[in-house]
Design a protein around this ligand. Sequence first.
Ligand code: GLC
Ligand code: CA
Length: 556
Amino acid sequence: MEKKWWHEAVGYEIYCKSFCDSNGDGIGDLQGVKSKLGVLRDLGVNCIWFAPIYKSPQVDNGYDVSDYMEIDPAYGTLKDFKEVLDTAHSMGIRVIMDQVLNHSSDQHFWFRESRKSKDNPYRNYYIWQPPREDGSEPTNWGNYFHEGNGSAWTFDETTGEYYFHQYSAKMPDLNWEYEPLRQEIYKMLHFWLDLGVDGFRLDVFTRFKKMPGFPMSTKTPDPKLDRKGYVVDYTMCTHVPGIHEILKDINKNVFSQRECMTMGEGAGVTCELAPDYILPERGEIDSLYHFELSSRRRSEITPELFRTVQKKWAGVMEQGGWNIQYLSNHDSQRQVTCYGDEAYRVESAKLLATLTHTSPGIPFIYQGEEIGMVNVRFDSIEDYNCCYTLGAYQSMMENGYTVEEAMDFCSTQSRDNARTPYQWDDSENAGFTTGKPWLKVNPRYTEINLKKDLASPDSIFRHYRALADLRKEHPAVIRGNLTFYLEDDEDVIVYTRACKEETLLIIANKSSKQRAISLPESLLQGGEVLLSNLKKENSLAKEMKLDPWEAIIFRL
Ligand code: GLC
Ligand code: CA
């Protein structure tokens, strides 16, 4: 297999809006990022993924792009971006840009033109359909944000037709069937590569192709979230035949011509579907992150699920595809709250990091994870910003749920859990801003913040750094074969990563209980401790006692 820089990378997602505010307007920005790049270097990160920082009305915090070739003024200018890029590069950190190619903002020039008349040159940049005979929407498809009346179609008076949007009505879907649109997108991707970026994260790339003929969905509505007969039916626009043709075309016109790494947001991608997208000979994309372990709705990762999913994906990697290892991002809950245990916050944060950094694939850290940031619960729906949360709340109100039930659902599912400002220190607003933050700071910032973490002998940050170092020093973490042991155990995850140079053994008690395990003889050789998440001594032995959330990496 050809060696690429990103095979050995440790990635970090920056949600700029919530990272660091340099000018006191309450919004994180590029100069703020620049001032903290040294922190990321110290963390051992060598690749950053920027969630969208393009010009945007911020309906979906930048996933509604109104100019793909400009930086949003709230974040800075192209010059600021170039400074961040150059500084990052000087520290050996690569930079990957989020590309939102499924939809744009309704404020994008293309859409403002498109809606003017049926013969406007930009009309076909978007998806327009006439009403059904009774005037209603072309199909019963619902939008994923449960926004407005729930439909994925919005009527536009000017031309008497509906336009299509899988997400918000302010985020119309682009029409990938139309060649001139493709050409504009390719030009834009080259623009960023010319500027020096190292690759792209492709937002919802499995959804570019829509079901031809726009059939009605026969799916039963969800009584909680669907409204008025509109159903969210992902099958209408996810992995629709023809999607590979689109990706191959992008690859041919852009990715294959340039040095660039691509990682796709694999909504709905199972390990069975993955090879067609990510095997090098397919000529599509390099890697993807799937949702089989982590997703907004999941609240548990059992050792059994972990083993099953990792084994399947290791199989995909053996064929030459690359997987992304992550447990949270800007769309999810905080991983310690969701998959760890806040009562063992430090221990479980480190255990989860140990798993993502030693499983096959590229680990991607989400900002705040490295200091064990936790979910937040706001008292009022007014304090939430995420459009998915607000839509879900509205649906539940209309579907007869109580405010309490809706708040319970929203506070656990809300993407704002991941989006509260970064907690740098225990000063006002957690050191994120001197102004009023765009989203409230998690009130636990006085106890959980970077400064305090670094001052502690139990630092989570330093555990992440040790894991990054381990990836550099131990080829087995990158290339080793994966084998699980004690496969019936309900709490403890045991696996080896073995290549010709070495074998590493990872033992992780993913539970809040003390556990005793009995290891097979075959694992009892050598046993140098490379990294452990507790201060206690534990050595490799047939019979081992593990404390809650204990995780150890041995070299055999
Ligand atoms: C992706 C993004 C998410 C966004 C959606 C629509 O899932 O990660 O934040 O809302 O796409 O662009
Ligand atoms: Ca700012």
